[in-house]
Design a protein around this ligand. Structure first.
Ligand code: GTP
Ligand code: MG
Length: 212
């Protein structure tokens, strides 16, 4: 029997990757990975498989935001992720890039101020995934922590900044699945399960398309 295709879950530390993973499992109680208050809860690349789940989920360790745990470990994790994707990109039918909506502005502004020639890590990651032809969605998580107005403002800022780096983002509701030059995004809350149905249906769409 052929291996099940994989779903990639990637993003900075503590953004809610494991919390999102848990919501996709038919049997969340059996999920051994933990979600935690301390960044760096997930440290190993271990595929999650369940009998009633038609694909594997790879909940990658988070990078960044681990300064107290040391730069060397941070570089190590970044390397681990790059090597992993280079080696396994063909097995992925879809990817979810999880961002913490509360950190977006700060992160982008930091790069603009520090070094105008450098590119924010998350944009770098989006470009990296595009190069490997893995279709993916950007999940703006933790929207339960901001007001509707605040959310709209941050999203507009994010979409504008991304465009400057040549990344065209579009809301999932307006995303054309037959023309993937744009990258879909979706506001989300793993805590409140906001838009979980929409997320599941785009995952299903790409799962069905994947050659098995
Ligand atoms: N308010 C709120 N908290 C959330 C949400 N999603 C996750 N969290 C919390 O954020 C913290 C980090 O969540 P995790 O799922 O462990 O994050 P992670 O990205 O897997 O973190 P690492 O494994 O360290 O990279 C936990 O305390 C979660 O309960 C959300 O949508 N809203
Ligand atoms: Mg985790």
């Amino acid at each position: 029997m052929k291996e099940k295709p994989s779903l990639l879950i990637i993003g900075n530390s503590n953004v809610g990757k494991s919390a999102t993973t848990k919501l996709l499992l038919p049997n969340p109680k059996k999920f051994k990975g933990k979600t935690g208050k301390s960044p760096g809860s997930t440290l190993f690349i271990e595929p999650i498989t369940q009998v009633n789940l038609p694909y594997k989920i790879i909940d990658l360790p988070g990078f960044g935001y681990m300064r107290h745990k040391g730069r060397r470990r941070e570089d190590h994790i970044k390397n681990l992720i790059i090597v992993h994707i280079e080696k396994h990109h063909k097995e992925y039918f879809f990817g979810i890039v999880v961002l913490n909506i509360l950190r977006i502005e700060q992160q982008i502004t930091k790069y603009f101020i520090q070094d105008k020639n450098s590119i924010p890590l998350n944009f770098e990651l989006l470009q990296f995934l595009k190069e490997f032809d893995i279709p993916f969605i950007v999940l703006l998580n933790k929207i339960d922590k901001v007001s509707e107005l605040e959310m709209r403002r941050i999203i507009a800022f994010f979409v504008d900044a991304a465009r400057e780096y040549g990344l065209n983002l579009i809301h999932l509701d307006n995303f054309d699945k037959t023309n993937e030059t744009k990258i879909p995004y979706l506001e989300f809350s793993a805590r409140k399960k906001t838009n979980l149905g929409k997320l599941k249906s785009i995952i299903q769409h790409y799962f069905n398309l994947f050659p098995k």
